[in-house]
Design a protein. Structure first.
Length: 198
């Protein structure tokens, strides 16, 4: 792999992890539409380089599944960025009428942000368990993150009420702990290069 790109991807992964944590703080603690939209958009954009570098590491394990995982996670990352950009534009310049009960037209109930992202990350994390140059713990944390995202999507789709424990617990775990740690750990792994790290 091009080491300069992998180092760049490492920085982007760290920024994606930080953005994900700040999104959770802005959305859950501060309840700031402006900041949550901004960090959702930035997190989606930062993660694209990290996911591309991860794909390059994994394509030797199984190129077909690695490509499918990349396509799903990149679609989800860009969907998150568009979702954040949509919310940001509505916050900065509120339209005359906006029905807040309707799901986001780009990312309904988190289909991309949580559902598709979870499926793609599950594939990539599963492949990570077969890649000797990546930490096994990072792979298992990725699987946990993927499952939490899928539960979040299904919860938001079926239950809808954001205060339900089925949504609150996975949201807190994923947003404040699992996802930020996974991205930052991935970034640190890229900084270390291709040496075995089990």
């Amino acid at each position: 792999m091009n080491t300069s790109f992998e180092k760049f991807a490492g920085w982007m992964a760290v920024l994606a992890g930080v953005s994900g944590f700040l999104y959770s703080v802005a959305f859950i603690v501060l309840q700031s539409n402006l900041l949550s939209a901004l960090f959702l958009m930035l997190g989606g954009l930062f993660s694209t380089a990290a996911l591309t570098a991860l794909y390059q590491r994994l394509r030797g394990a199984d190129s077909g599944f690695a490509l499918l995982g990349l396509l799903l996670t990149l679609s989800a990352a860009l969907g998150s960025a568009i979702h954040g950009g949509y919310d940001l534009s509505n916050t900065l310049h509120p339209p005359a009428s906006l029905n807040m009960d309707l799901p986001n037209p780009i990312d309904p109930r988190g289909l991309l942000t949580f559902g598709v992202a979870g499926l793609g990350l599950f594939l990539l994390a599963w492949l990570m368990t077969r890649e000797m140059r990546l930490p096994r713990g990072l792979a298992y944390l990725g699987i946990l993150s993927a499952l939490l995202m899928i539960i979040l999507y299904l919860g938001r789709l079926i239950i809808l009420q954001a205060t339900n424990i089925v949504i609150v617990v996975p949201a807190l775990l994923e947003g404040f702990i699992v996802n930020p740690i996974w991205y930052i750990w991935l970034g640190l792994t890229f900084f270390r290069g291709i040496s075995p790290s089990r």
